[in-house]
Design a protein around this ligand. Structure first.
Ligand SMILES: C[S@@+](CC[C@H](N)C(=O)[O-])C[C@H]1O[C@@H](n2cnc3c(N)ncnc32)[C@H](O)[C@@H]1O
Length: 195
């Protein structure tokens, strides 16, 4: 009889442990997925759009110094790294929240004293002194950015936007290589109108 009680107790303990393990796995999964799905995925700007955006921005930055260039979600450092190398007299700041892109870009840019990668939500950053910004975010985030962040920028700041536009705001320029996936937009708030 007492042996049965021990068996049942062991069985209950095993079932309890299994439930705790399953709940732990589900909880961890939800935390990780929730964490990563909060932001746009770290897809870098690439191809013709990346090259032309960099060339266009470089033309604007040349013959100037002391400007502040910001990437709103700097990913792997794809845009800021070549520009910071080319323009040691400008200051570059990348805001990146995702764990892996942040540490990889920190490592890639470790020798550049004019480039800072910050693990911070760019909505909490002071962007009032930014002269040129890059932005490649999903449509929902573009809407949020347009509503909450654009009003805090200098009106003469240039904003390079890859692929997804700020809703209801006309870009100053559109540069397209065919499809909407190969298009970027340049905004200058003192020149753009509302649609
Ligand atoms: C599509 S990637 C663009 C990367 C880079 N700007 C480029 O064009 O190559 C967007 C990045 O923004 C980051 N991100 C999204 N929302 C953010 C926020 N509120 N603060 C900081 N980083 C953010 C994501 O983690 C992701 O790495």
């Amino acid at each position: 009889m007492s042996l049965w009680i021990i068996y049942i107790a062991l069985l209950l303990a095993a079932v309890g442990a299994l439930i705790v393990i399953i709940l732990g796995i589900i909880g961890t999964y939800l935390i990780i997925v929730g964490r990563f799905m909060r932001y746009s995925p770290p897809v870098p700007s690439s191809g013709k759009v990346k090259n032309k955006m960099l060339q266009d921005a470089a033309e604007y930055l040349s013959n100037k110094s002391g400007l502040e260039i910001v990437d709103l979600g700097s990913g792997w450092g794809t845009l800021l790294l070549p520009l910071a190398r080319q323009f040691p007299h400008h200051r570059f700041v990348g805001y990146e929240l995702s764990f892996l892109p942040y540490y990889v870009s920190k490592f890639r840019t470790r020798h550049l004293t004019n480039l800072q990668i910050v693990r911070q939500d760019f909505y909490e950053a002071n962007l009032a002194s930014a002269d040129l910004l890059f932005c490649f975010l999903l449509p929902d985030e573009m809407r949020k950015c347009g509503d909450n962040l654009l009003p805090s920028l200098k009106s003469e700041a240039l904003i390079y936007v890859n692929r997804f536009v700020f809703p209801n705001i006309k870009p100053d320029r559109t540069v397209s290589f065919g499809s909407e996936y190969e298009t970027f937009y340049v905004y200058r708030l003192d020149r753009t109108g509302h649609e």
